[in-house]
Write a protein that binds this ligand. Structure first.
Ligand SMILES: [Zn+2]
Length: 176
């Protein structure tokens, strides 16, 4: 599970201290010190390259900590953008993907009927599904949800999704 996005400097520290190791997209852990003996020069994009007086260091894009006490418990702030990201910009009723400007937030149980503004009761909806559903529950409108909405677990790197390198994609989990 991704727990944090760190700086290259901190990553190098952790790798040198052997507190962390590199991990490839197949979840294979590799020894970073050994890797530097013959850096994979052909894998320009798989690594972050740092020039040093002794040549280039290949810094893995994703590292795995060898041990840690516990996962940082960072709760993701409830917001419009974070709901869109959780739902992957996909209307939870018609299951189509839309640009942000064509999306609304929908209260599964309408506010006028006591529905709360929480991770568990708010979903991404396109403007048209939102209008059709109106002041009804999914059952009444016969518009079943794609999946039950949940609060995202942990920090997940979710918030930085648009900033992370594609090497992260095998490690990002959305529907937890
Ligand atoms: Zn829709």
């Amino acid at each position: 599970m991704p727990i944090h996005i760190t700086t290259v400097k901190r990553a190098v520290n952790l790798l040198f201290l052997e507190a962390a190791a590199g991990v490839d997209p197949n979840y294979e852990v590799f020894d970073w010190v050994k890797l530097q003996e013959s850096p994979p020069k052909d894998q320009k994009d798989e690594f972050h390259w740092v020039k040093t007086v002794r040549g280039e260091l290949a810094i893995p894009r994703v590292i795995v900590l060898k041990e840690f006490d516990k996962l940082p418990q960072k709760n993701i702030r409830f917001s419009r953008s974070h709901i869109f990201i959780r739902d992957q910009f996909t209307c939870q009723y018609c299951q189509s993907e839309f640009p942000r400007t064509k999306l609304n937030l929908d209260h599964v149980v309408p506010r006028s009927r006591g529905g709360r503004t929480t991770w568990e009761n708010v979903v991404t909806s396109c403007v048209s599904c939102n209008r059709v559903k109106a002041n009804r529950t999914p059952q009444e409108a016969r518009m079943p949800l794609r999946k039950p909405p949940k609060r995202p677990a942990g920090s997940l790197g979710l918030l930085n999704l648009r900033r992370v390198h594609k090497a992260w994609s095998p490690f990002l989990v959305f529907d937890v």
